[in-house]
Every structure is written in C-alpha cells, then in structure tokens.
Design a protein around this ligand. Structure first.
Ligand SMILES: NC(=O)C1=CN([C@@H]2O[C@H](COP(=O)(O)OP(=O)(O)OC[C@H]3O[C@@H](n4cnc5c(N)ncnc54)[C@H](OP(=O)(O)O)[C@@H]3O)[C@@H](O)[C@H]2O)C=CC1
Ligand SMILES: Cc1cn([C@H]2C[C@H](O)[C@@H](COP(=O)(O)OP(=O)(O)O[C@H]3O[C@@H](C)C(=O)[C@@H](O)[C@H]3O)O2)c(=O)[nH]c1=O
Length: 258
C-alpha cells in the first residue's frame, strides 16, 4: 500500500484528487488542507511526516492570486518558495518522493514556439518568480522529486479559475470583455490528476521536470468562446475582444508548454 500525503487539499487540484482517488487500489491518500498542514510551518510538517510514514507527497498548496502577489509579494514567496523548501526538507528527512506542481508563468513569453523543459526560465511577475524559487529549492535539496509545470488550470466544479469566472459573470448578466494578448494551453485539473496517478504513482516515471497540459493552444478570448460554445450560450452572451485589458501583473504573451 502506497501512502500519499496531499497538501493544499482544499484547492481546485486537491479537490479533484479527492474526487478521483477513492477507488484507486493499493494507495492511501492523506488529504490535508491549510488549517491542518500549513506548509510554511516547519514544526507542523515535522510532526505530520514523523507520523505519516509516507511514500509520496503531492503538493497542491500554493498562493495563486497573481494580481495580489504583484502588490504584496511576501505571502506568495512564503508559500510558493519557502513552503516548497520546507516540504523538500521534510521529504528528504523521511525518504519521501515529492510531486510538486509549477507553472507556465516561470517563462517570460518571448519565445515564438512552445516552451520545452530545457528552455531558460525568466518570470515576469512576482507569482512566477515565487514559483520558480520553489522549483529551485526542490532541485537543490531533493533528488527524489517530480516538478510538473502546467498552465491555465481549471476545474469545472471546484475553486477559482477562469472557466468558473466566465460562467459567474454570465450568470450575473455581465458583458464579457476578454483579452487575446496571451496564448497558452488551458488544462483541466482531471488531466493533471490522471498524469500523476498513471505516470508517476503507477508507472514510476524518472524523476525530473515535466510539462503537462491539455495540448490545445489558444488565447483567453478563444477559451472564453469555447466555454460559451460548450454551454450553448454563444448567441445569448455578448463577448467583446478587449484590446487593452488592464491588469496589475504582467502575463507572458506566449506560455504554451510543449
Ligand atoms: N490555477 C492555475 O491556473 C494554475 C496553478 N498552477 C499550480 O497548480 C497548483 C495547484 O493550484 P490550484 O489548485 O489551482 O490552487 P488553488 O488556489 O485552487 O489552491 C491552493 C490551495 O493551497 C492552499 N494553501 C495556501 N497557502 C497554504 C499554506 N501555507 N499551507 C497549506 N496550504 C496552503 C489554499 O488554502 P487556503 O485557501 O486555505 O489558503 C488552497 O486550498 C499550485 O502549485 C499552482 O501554483 C499551475 C499552473 C496554473
Ligand atoms: C476575468 C478576466 C480576465 N481577463 C484577462 C486577464 C488576464 O490577462 C487573463 C487571465 O486572467 P486570470 O486573472 O483569470 O488568470 P491568471 O490568474 O493570470 O491565471 C494564471 O493563474 C496562475 C495561478 C497560473 O499559474 C497560470 O497558469 C494562469 O492560469 O485574462 C480578461 O481579459 N477579461 C476578464 O474578464
């Protein structure tokens, strides 16, 4: 029986894991949210790891508010960099393999084609910088790790994401003004959960860094259109192309992952 700690279990990725894993054989998942496993608290982690006898830790805990991170970066660095470091240390001390999720926002977006795992990172916003620092700590401290970069993650059912924001705006009768200034690959949380289950927990892929997405590059405008089409709302909602959608944080123009 493999024993697997899941940190950040109340987020969209954590909740998808909770939904999809009850019938997985030979694996016990220990789901912990921010109230019972705060990854910035080394003492708490020490106790949890001492008692848990884990084989793997899937880290779904993160600070994901890109706009707020730009205004006050410290909490993002505390969770995404220092929290990841704490987990890497705890994993090392207890012989646990860490499965960590990272982001397309570690890239600056100036490349013409899709980014490979060999491409140089150069984040252009604080969230991306904090996530890159987390990656670097893990590589420095722990051999037994998987860093999975994904992009434009969404769950139809859980949490905060672009998919649900669009449908919320529609339900509130708002007009949709959506930018086409960035290109990336929307990724359903179910795809990522399946990758982790099938390729890592069942198949033991080699340790290292991976890119996992749903593989269909588009702009945010295209994604909004796709969401409306799928829901049969295209003729009922006014979707406007925003030529200058203002945000506090910069986003990479191209963050398609290969
Ligand atoms: N969302 C996206 O578009 C993308 C996400 N990613 C990465 O995927 C991973 C999963 O993201 P996602 O599920 O979307 O994130 P969510 O924001 O949905 O969930 C993150 C969870 O982390 C928890 N958390 C925050 N701080 C701490 C802490 N100190 N200790 C423990 N838990 C904490 C939050 O709990 P609480 O609410 O209680 O603070 C929340 O439940 C993250 O690493 C993220 O960076 C990568 C690419 C795209
Ligand atoms: C809500 C909204 C956003 N936008 C723009 C703003 C921005 O350029 C883009 C995406 O907006 P959001 O703020 O929803 O998404 P954002 O927070 O940038 O999403 C990112 O989250 C982090 C956690 C990641 O790791 C990334 O992969 C990515 O998914 O769409 C509009 O044009 N119109 C809108 O109504």
């Amino acid at each position: 029986m493999k024993r697997i700690l899941v940190s950040g279990s109340a987020g969209q990725m954590g909740q998808t894991l909770k939904e999809l894993t009850p019938f997985v054989k030979e694996m016990f998942f220990d789901f912990r949210d921010s109230s019972d496993a705060n990854i910035t608290d080394q003492e708490t982690l020490k106790k949890i790891f001492q008692q848990g006898n884990y084989d793997y830790c899937i880290n779904c805990a993160a600070y994901t508010n890109v706009e707020q991170a730009e205004k006050t970066p410290e909490p993002a660095f505390a969770v995404n960099a220092e929290g990841a470091k704490n987990l890497a240390k705890a994993c090392k001390d207890h012989g646990v393999t860490l499965i960590h999720i990272s982001t397309d926002y570690v890239f600056d977006g100036t490349k013409e084609g899709p980014y490979t795992v060999e491409d140089a990172t150069n984040p252009i916003n604080e969230y991306g910088k904090s996530k890159l620092k987390g990656e670097q700590y893990i590589r420095e401290l722990l051999d037994k790790h998987y860093i999975i970069r994904t992009s434009w993650l969404y769950s139809k059912k859980y949490g905060h994401n672009f998919y649900r924001t669009i449908l919320k705006k529609v339900s509130e009768g708002e007009e949709l003004c959506i930018t086409d200034e960035q290109k990336g690959c929307p990724t359903n949380t179910e795809t990522l959960v399946k990758f982790i289950l099938e390729n890592i927990l069942m198949e033991n892929k080699p340790f290292g860094t991976y890119h996992v997405t749903d593989g269909k590059p588009m702009t945010w405008y295209d994604f909004a259109k796709q969401i409306l089409d799928e829901k049969g709302l295209t003729d009922k909602v006014n979707l406007v192309l925003a030529t200058n959608y203002r945000t506090f944080a910069k986003r990479p123009k191209n963050s398609i992952l290969s």
